[in-house]
Design a protein around this ligand. Structure first.
Ligand code: NAG
Ligand code: NAG
Ligand code: NAG
Length: 423
């Protein structure tokens, strides 16, 4: 049992200099029957956990597998830090011996149960760790029969509760201007809130032309934008980075960040959400079920770059098409490209009526679509289930886009547990 070890290494190119450290989370093994899993079970458990974590990695385009071997090794290029992620099982004594200093920083209390699963992310920000916890949480169905995930849920609550702004959450403490900014933006478009919500529910997307916003050639932004995602070059060729609010302000994108983070508040207060049988994840509430991740994604497409047709929340594989891959509910993209003309290409092509497509193979030559060109100040909000592509950029202009995925657990998202929203 002690020999069971899984280690995932996430190595990312060093970009940031501030407060990188290690973060740990302990997940106790579930007891099988009245006794701990016996030695003969450990190989089975190891295999199941390996499979579960591989599924987690496969469920996101941002984790890239490096090599096969005794340990699995992954890269998250979009993080921008050198970070190593280890998943390993150990007994208390072995833990102290092998990885003592790291484990002592674990946020959970010291528990002397003889077998825990420990997740350690080294050389990362707290936010990176939150992102990993979020990905694990989305995939928890794969391994929650083996591990007690209440610590993971707590960690996620901690992480999500620190992500402003959210209705009911003290926005003044969160120092975020999101909701005001988005109201101003929406007021300055030709559409009133009712039209916006009608379009969003009837068509699945809405395009708003707000004031122009500038992505000046910013050295910091170009140093973040160095890496491709884990997907193959036949699928997408853009360069991406995840930016939290601090990163965004170093890149001169704080206003854009706040605006994107305010959209969930706006939708929460203007949209009629059908109730679901699931309590929302904190800090979301039943009345305001949409919530934000901690980061936006910056992307850059150069000449010839593209992203083939895909959905941001397709059906999960291996199910009878009853579950979605993740919690993404709406995708909001803000474009920041001066003087973009249709002849530059790079349109976001959104396919109507594609939310129920089993896969993008369901697209027909006759399928209806709308091209949205990435002009400066243009904001597009769409149902994350809709199939869409980024058409090839045809000229030398750089195409910049900032994206936030607005989250909501529902019956159709990955299996949501019914939880009480903490006070
Ligand atoms: C696999 O991970 C363990 C635990 O972190 C480490 O001791 C071992 O050296 C790693 N093996 C390889 C081949 O990297
Ligand atoms: C770029 O980032 C550095 C810290 O890495 C910061 O000191 C500097 O002010 C940033 N530049 C801009 C233009 O914000
Ligand atoms: C955009 O076009 C205007 C008018 O043609 C020009 O004055 C301006 O410099 C252009 N801006 C950029 C960033 O190319």
């Amino acid at each position: 049992m002690n020999r069971l070890q899984l280690a995932f290494a996430l190595a990312c190119a060093a970009k940031t200099a501030w407060s990188l450290s290690s973060h740990s989370l302990k997940l106790p093994m579930r007891q099988t029957g009245s006794t701990m899993a016996s030695l003969s079970d450990s190989k089975v458990i190891a295999d199941r956990l390996t499979t579960a974590f591989e599924e987690m990695a496969d469920s996101t385009e941002f984790i890239k597998r490096n090599a096969h071997g005794e340990n699995l090794s992954y890269t998250i290029p979009a993080f921008g830090n050198d970070c190593m992620l280890f998943f390993h099982q150990s007994t208390s004594s072995e833990r102290d011996l092998q990885r003592g200093p790291l484990i002592s920083e674990a946020p959970t209390t010291s528990d002397t149960s003889s077998s825990d699963f420990v997740i350690t992310l080294e050389g990362a920000t707290k936010d990176d760790f939150g992102w990993i916890c979020h990905k694990l949480y989305e995939s928890r169905r794969s391994f929650d029969s083996i591990l007690d995930l209440s610590n993971l849920r707590q960690e996620l609550f901690f992480h999500m509760n620190n992500q402003p702004p959210h209705p009911g959450y003290d926005a003044s403490k969160a120092k975020l201007a999101g909701s005001d900014t988005i109201r101003q933006l929406f007021r300055s478009t030709e559409k009133d809130p009712e039209m916006i919500m009608n379009e969003l529910s009837s068509k699945g997307f809405v395009v708003l032309n707000g004031p122009t916003t500038s992505v000046k050639s910013n050295k910091n932004l170009s140093s973040y934008l160095q890496h491709k995602t884990g997907q193959s070059a036949s699928i997408r060729t853009d360069t991406v980075a995840f930016l939290d609010r601090k990163d965004a302000s170093l890149c001169g994108l704080q206003d854009q960040f706040d605006l994107l983070m305010g959209i969930s508040s706006y939708l929460n207060s203007h949209f009629d959400f059908e109730p679901t049988g699931h309590a929302s994840l904190a800090p979301a509430t039943m009345q305001h079920p949409l919530t934000n991740p901690s980061r936006i994604q910056a992307s850059k497409y150069g000449k010839g770059d593209f992203y083939v047709m895909h959905s941001d929340n397709s059906w999960a594989k291996g199910e009878h098409l009853t579950k979605r891959k993740n919690y993404r509910s709406f995708t909001a993209i803000l474009y920041c490209n001066d003087n973009w003309s249709d002849a530059d290409g790079g349109a976001l092509r959104i396919y109507s009526d594609s939310t129920e497509w089993e896969s993008c193979k369901d697209a027909k030559p006759t399928s209806d679509y709308t091209d949205v060109f990435p002009s400066n100040g243009r904001l597009v909000i769409f149902d994350s289930k809709l199939a869409h592509s980024v058409e090839k950029v045809l000229t030398d202009k750089e195409r910049h886009a900032l994206t936030v995925w607005i989250l909501r657990p529902t019956e159709q998202s990955v299996e949501g547990e019914v939880v009480d929203v903490p006070p």
